[in-house]
Design a protein around this ligand. Structure first.
Ligand code: ATP
Ligand code: MG
Length: 287
């Protein structure tokens, strides 16, 4: 029986492309017939609306608070292999309500345990904060995927995020690894963008995905149509880039498992850690 790889898409900085990345990669995984669950863990509910989810009475909040089971809030989407756990605005309350609750950091992990045998991939779209919800995501995840927009303060924010993930690794989730850093909204003509990219690649070496996500207007439009980019405009540069990123991700997993992507072996293996998280210059991917 396979157990899903759980990937948290996180960066406490707002508007860097977390939701776009989570929705697009989830859709690309589903298009390649990987059973995928996207968990919206952001009270803004952007991932939910990007998949055309209209307001529902029960969502991830109710499962986290023990008011229902996670399978009760799973929704199907327009893609056969993609399911969604939607979020709603009352998820804001969870940040406060969970503080005085037993095992508050492990709520999502426990909830997900009821469904991980049904999926190959679970992607969690995190809110722009390092609060208890994001800590829940990092506790539940096997790896963290960090979208990074190439701007001036990007590296500063990244250092804080990696410190937090180290803390989670040291206490709540020793198996957490860095899936990789993905450069988003890249504008090749912009000097600063190129400089920051060079610095990130120098510092984090092959932990930065080769694929860059360009700034692409179609990616910005797709959510307002309630469609992932693959369904909205599969020929756009944004769609092509996310397909390529997903391919790179799958190749990395297949290599780590000693199999080729798409083979039975690749999809039936349980999640395996790829590398430690800390950001030492010599600490490159081992897989
Ligand atoms: P938040 O921190 O608020 O959750 P986020 O990190 O999830 O934000 P997104 O919502 O994915 O970021 O992106 C922010 C905005 O930029 C959105 O309007 C989105 O449609 C747009 N956007 C994201 N990626 C791209 C891109 N590559 N090209 C053009 N627009 C993009
Ligand atoms: Mg978002």
């Amino acid at each position: 029986m396979s157990v899903a790889r759980v990937i948290a898409v996180a960066n406490q900085k707002g508007g860097v492309g977390k939701t776009t990345t989570a929705v697009s990669v989830a859709a690309c995984l589903a298009a390649s017939e990987r059973r995928t669950l996207l968990v919206d863990l952001d009270p803004q509910g952007n991932a939910s609306s990007a998949l055309g989810e209209v307001k529902s009475t029960h969502h991830v909040y109710n499962a986290l608070m023990g008011e229902c089971e996670l399978p009760d809030v799973v929704r199907s989407t327009d893609l056969e292999y993609l399911d969604l756990v939607p979020a709603g605005p009352d998820l804001v309350g969870a940040e406060i309500e969970l503080v005085n609750t037993d095992a508050r950091e492990g709520r999502l992990k426990a909830a997900l345990a009821t469904v991980t045998d049904r999926y190959e991939y679970v992607l969690i779209d995190c809110a722009p904060s390092l609060g208890i919800l994001t800590i829940n995501a990092l506790t539940a995840a096997g790896s963290i995927l960090v979208p990074l927009q190439c701007e001036y303060y990007a590296l500063e924010g990244l250092a804080r995020l990696l410190e937090t993930t180290e803390l989670v690794r040291g206490s709540l989730n020793p198996d957490l690894v860095l899936e990789g850093i993905v450069l988003t909204m890249v504008d090749q003509r912009n000097n600063l963008s190129r400089q920051v990219e060079a610095e990130v690649r120098e510092h984090f070496a092959d932990r930065v995905f080769k694929t860059r996500i360009p700034r692409n207007v179609r990616l910005g439009e797709a959510p307002s149509h309630g469609m992932p980019i693959l369904l909205y405009d599969i020929h756009s540069r944004g769609a092509v880039a996310y397909l390529q990123l997903t391919e790179e991700l799958l190749m990395g997993h297949a290599e780590a498992e000693g199999a080729t992507p798409g083979s039975q072996e690749a999809s039936d293996q349980p999640s395996t850690p790829r590398e430690p998280l800390h950001s030492g210059d010599n600490d490159e991917r081992t897989a």
